[in-house]
Design a protein around this ligand. Structure first.
Ligand code: NI
Length: 255
């Protein structure tokens, strides 16, 4: 069994063929899918999907690129949704310094508010990091995020940063980029992450793994991530599938 711990089946890219996409995931052994919400529309749709499909779970959070749009009402709404039985984490949240729609200070404020909320409702967090590693680590430490733990989603950092995150009770999740031919560093790092701290994801519709790079991504392709990590660690595909699924069930509190 495989679990895609970060999928955006709530994205517009699936509006025409969601049923087929889900059927392909199931036929490839993907038995659970965590659909990640990051603004009003995608959170609403993530909850709808979790209500509709027994094997889909939802997360609720606010993306750092859109930090400037988040109101107090939005945060209160997200807090209310945390009581939903299939909301399994807060996020994605974090910092994104690649885009400048939201000023850095505002991104940090919205990030800190969401960590505080996670501690209040006792849910783990999912971190989006783009070109902001040092500030992310500082904030996770200052806000005692280790209290709830979390996932470094689609990790592309160094082994040193991975170890810092693991020390803070975080899991390291790999997606399509680890399969790219030229991805030397992610491959080296993935090989070194302890099996009990490893997760796999697609981040679909983005970051499609080799051999479908450039096409729309989907949860069935999480097997390519598992295959690549098995090869890097010199263990069987079945072992990676089992360990990452066990980790995901434990992390999200899924039975
Ligand atoms: Ni995402």
């Amino acid at each position: 069994m495989l679990i895609d711990t970060h999928a955006h089946l709530n994205a517009i890219q699936y509006q025409d063929d969601l049923e087929e996409v889900i059927a392909r995931a199931q036929s490839e052994g993907v038995e659970r899918i965590v659909v990640v919400g990051f603004d009003r529309e995608t959170i609403t749709r993530a909850i709808e999907l979790a209500d509709q499909y027994e094997f889909i779970y939802a997360t609720v959070g606010w993306h750092p690129v859109d930090a400037i749009d988040m109101t107090d009402e939005d945060l209160a709404w997200i807090e209310g949704l945390c009581a939903h039985p299939k909301v399994v984490a807060l996020g994605e949240m974090g910092l994104d310094y690649h885009w400048d729609k939201s000023p850095k200070d505002l991104q940090k404020e919205v990030f800190r508010k969401q960590i505080a909320l996670a501690k209040k409702v006792k849910l783990p967090i999912i971190i989006h990091n783009r070109e902001a590693t040092a500030d992310i680590i500082d904030i996770l430490q200052e806000e005692n995020a280790s209290e709830v733990g979390g996932i470094m989603h689609c990790f592309t950092g160094s082994i040193e940063v991975a170890k810092q995150c693991i020390d803070m009770n975080f899991y390291i999740s790999f997606g399509g980029p680890v399969t790219f031919k030229n991805a030397k560093k992610p491959k080296e790092v993935a090989a070194e992450i302890p099996l009990d701290r490893l997760l796999i994801e697609t981040d679909c519709p983005y970051l499609t793994p080799h051999p479908f790079r450039g096409k729309r991504n989907e949860p069935s392709y999480v097997k390519y991530v598992a295959e690549q990590i098995a090869e890097l660690k010199g263990v069987s595909f079945e072992e990676i599938a089992q360990k990452t699924s066990d980790n995901a069930m434990r992390f999200f509190g899924i039975k």
